[in-house]
Design a protein around this ligand. Sequence first.
Ligand code: ZN
Length: 345
Amino acid sequence: MKCFYHEAQSSHAPKHFFLRGQPAPSPEQPVRAERLTEAIDTAGASLTLLPPLARDPLLLDRLKRIHTSRYLDFLENVVERWRALPGASDIVAPNVHPCGHASFYPRHIVGQAGWHLHDMACPMDEGSYTGILASATTAQAAAGAVLEGEAVSYALCRPPGHHAGPERAGGFCFLNNTALAATVLRERYERVAIIDVDLHHGNGTQDIFWQRSDVWTGSVHVDPADFYPFYWGAAAEVGDGDGKGYNCNVPLPLGANGIAFLQALSRLLSALAEFNPQAIVIALGLDAHKDDPLAGMTLETEDFYRIGQRLAQVKGPKVIVQEGGYPTDSLGDNLAAFLHGFRRG
Ligand SMILES: [Zn+2]
């Protein structure tokens, strides 16, 4: 398995985000990538470090297929524009959001920040855009390797991406790396599936492909009635228009264990079988582990081995894209277990 990482991801290192109204240390830190690169080594896989970032018109073109141009412009320029405001904080943190209906897109940066930053868990500072772009570049490289003939590749991406929609950041996510990988695979394959096994619903991914029948999206996660992202991820959400029947959500109760998770994954894969995908993207969250600070499920490290084993049995070339999973003593072990299981599948 070829694994990819871009060291410039570490330039996104926000010190804090807002949790229950209070500034709290952000768990989405460069140390995650350190733990995960060690795990790749433990699992005996090869890690390719990507070359320094350069202007990449192809990446921009692909990103425009999943995000709006004004959102991409916003991400590139927001920090400078925000800091030009009198009395502004270092970290971009909007205090107003267009809940419900908005009549028009505002010109002022405070209005735009509230439009594009869905919640208080997507802090940006001066290094953020570089890190965000490096993360997307990593997903693109891993998907490109599969286009060139690799059977499976892994993208060590941080910040993660699956909460990022067409023009909204949220939940530590800015550019949707998983959707980008699917977009690259679509250049060769007509039917691509995304299987999201992160603790949280992949609401951004669902939103991007909501009306499309060429990319099937599925997610196992904690019931959003009780957990982030709160407003999306119910079983009744099946897509719309051309995409009706091409989205599958399998929510689980808060605190669900590995047995329940694997049963839910089996249900998701049964629903996927009808789509008959030609290529797969796996949105790999490791935050369902019992020690993860986000505390939503109670999976053991061995459960990630079984999840890897089960997903390896799905036919077709695969790109594994790292999503959540936060610093604990088990984080690296969970990735190593997943990769071992995947290899044994
Ligand atoms: Zn997550």
